[in-house]
Design a protein around this ligand. Structure first.
Ligand SMILES: [Zn+2]
Length: 256
């Protein structure tokens, strides 16, 4: 009997030891994940279990980019900008600010001309390489994060798969979205309505990639940004920039 109890105790201690070791490994893994997300000061375990929101802005730079960056700076929040090719001095400053202020500078296309870029994989590649080289020239950073104009589920490309294969061959990572404000669908929609649309999507999932636009016309997005960030923070979301370690959200994908 005594031997039996000793056996049980030993088994229990062994299991406790094993569980403790597992917990340590888990913490370490989460710690690394936290660092890779660029959240230096945040407790790793908090981040791994947290609700995450990635704010993304397509089609900039525009005459609102500066203000968007100011609002993000005020809140100490980093976002992702899927930019197009613009050669004005102001635009160049905006690409540089995006990088200098710690946001993710990502590719969207140089021309944003759907007919042109989706006419062939060759034309697509030429346009994207032009943007990548241009951004490298202006910022010293070579972006590898990408968003298809219209998303990977757009209807302009016909069959998007050859374009996806091209992107995969370059080693680029493409990101669609699973939350949106609808700001480019209705320029008149109020800031409150846009934020309501975003929050409705965000609140029903643990990780959200939010599609917004940085266009001259999407002024209500800028006007609502301060309040959106305040609400997200109050509700406990971690707002992060997309990095190479961010889980990709794809509307359409192909086997690699
Ligand atoms: Zn776009």
């Amino acid at each position: 009997m005594g031997r039996k109890i000793t056996g049980f105790v030993c088994m229990f201690l062994l299991m406790a030891c094993f569980a403790w070791q597992m917990a340590q490994d888990h913490v370490d893994l989460m710690h690394i994940a936290g660092q890779q997300e660029g959240e230096g000061g945040l407790l790793a375990s908090n981040l791994a279990n947290s609700k995450k929101v990635y704010l993304t802005f397509d089609d900039g730079p525009s005459d609102h980019t500066g203000e968007i960056l100011d609002i993000l700076k005020k809140h100490h929040v980093k976002a992702t900008f899927f930019v197009i090719g613009k050669e004005t001095e102001t635009a160049k400053k905006m690409y540089q600010r995006i990088v200098l202020e710690g946001h993710t500078l990502a590719m969207h296309s140089y021309s944003h001309n759907y007919d042109q870029i989706y006419s062939s994989v060759g034309a697509f590649g030429k346009d994207m390489k032009k943007l990548q080289n241009y951004l490298y020239e202006v910022t010293g950073t070579k972006p590898v994060m990408f968003r298809f104009p219209g998303g990977s589920s757009n209807t302009c490309a016909g069959d998007i798969r050859p374009f996806i294969r091209y992107v995969n061959r370059q080693g680029w990572l493409y990101y669609d979205w699973n939350a949106l404000s609808g700001d480019a669908l209705d320029f008149q929609a109020s800031s409150e309505k846009l934020n309501e649309n975003i929050l409705k999507d965000v609140r029903r999932q643990k990780t959200s990639i939010v599609l917004m636009h940085d266009l001259h016309e999407t002024i209500h997005t800028v006007k609502g940004l301060d309040s959106l960030i305040t609400t997200l923070k109050k509700e406990g979301y971690h707002i992060l920039p997309i990095t190479q370690n961010t889980k990709q959200i794809h509307h359409v994908s192909v086997d690699k």
